[in-house]
Design a protein around this ligand. Structure first.
Ligand SMILES: [Mn+2]
Length: 221
């Protein structure tokens, strides 16, 4: 939350967010079954209201006020990719966000990842986002490739899909004359205690390398 809040203070309306995650992280205290704050960062950054618990409301409002200055992240500047474990309350919250873009695994299966990335790029262009913050949750990847994480969900991105996404994002964000550049990156939810031979951490490092321009063919031939 803090990193995106800082970026928002620095970049203002130019900032957009790409949340690569199995989860929306869009719960408010009253929509969350677990009350786990890990499921609420985007709701806090978007300053989503909460109506159910009056006692909790004060804490939620205070958290939002302390984390983000002003009106918060504009709803139309938030996108997700890789969703496959969305709570009912999060889906309800999502419907209150005009212009936000949610790319689920179902869409990726149906349209193909390349078409989904074009959709994302069109959204960035049309929304006028000039600086993109990427939050890469390793649970966006299938647990086969990222077992070391607390809330793994089957049916995620394959190793190849993950790298293809990173390579395409590199092209979009780092080519000279790009309409949008990278504002910052969070890599989250690697848990070494749950990992298998450090596979998840290594996958995450490899993903970041691809985002910053490592190309397998150019490197190895
Ligand atoms: Mn997640």
């Amino acid at each position: 939350m803090g990193s995106i809040s800082g970026a928002l203070a620095a970049e203002g309306e130019a900032l957009g967010v790409l949340w690569v995650d199995a989860h929306m992280d869009l719960n408010t205290p009253s929509s969350s079954a677990s009350m786990n704050l890990h499921g609420m960062p985007l709701a806090a950054l978007l300053k989503l209201g909460d109506t159910q618990f009056s006692e909790m409301n004060a804490v939620w409002s205070r958290l939002q006020a302390e984390v983000v200055e002003g009106p918060g992240l504009p709803p139309s500047h938030v996108s997700w990719l890789g969703l496959r474990d969305v709570d009912e309350g999060e889906a309800v919250n999502f419907r209150t966000l005009p212009g936000a873009l949610a790319i689920t695994m179902q869409t990726i299966d149906h349209e193909g990842l390349a078409a989904c990335i074009r959709l994302l790029e069109d959204w960035i262009w049309q929304t006028g986002i000039k600086r993109l913050w990427i939050s890469f949750d390793v649970d966006s990847m299938d647990p086969l490739y990222a077992p070391g994480t607390g809330t793994a969900v089957r049916g995620g991105l394959t190793y190849r899909e993950g790298h293809y996404l990173a390579e395409c994002l590199h092209k979009t964000l780092f080519t000279s004359g790009s309409f949008c550049t990278l504002a910052g990156l969070d890599v989250v939810e690697v848990n070494p205690l749950l990992d298998r031979n450090n596979e998840t951490a290594r996958m995450a490092v490899g993903w970041v390398e691809s985002l910053f321009g490592r190309q397998i063919l150019r490197e190895e031939i």
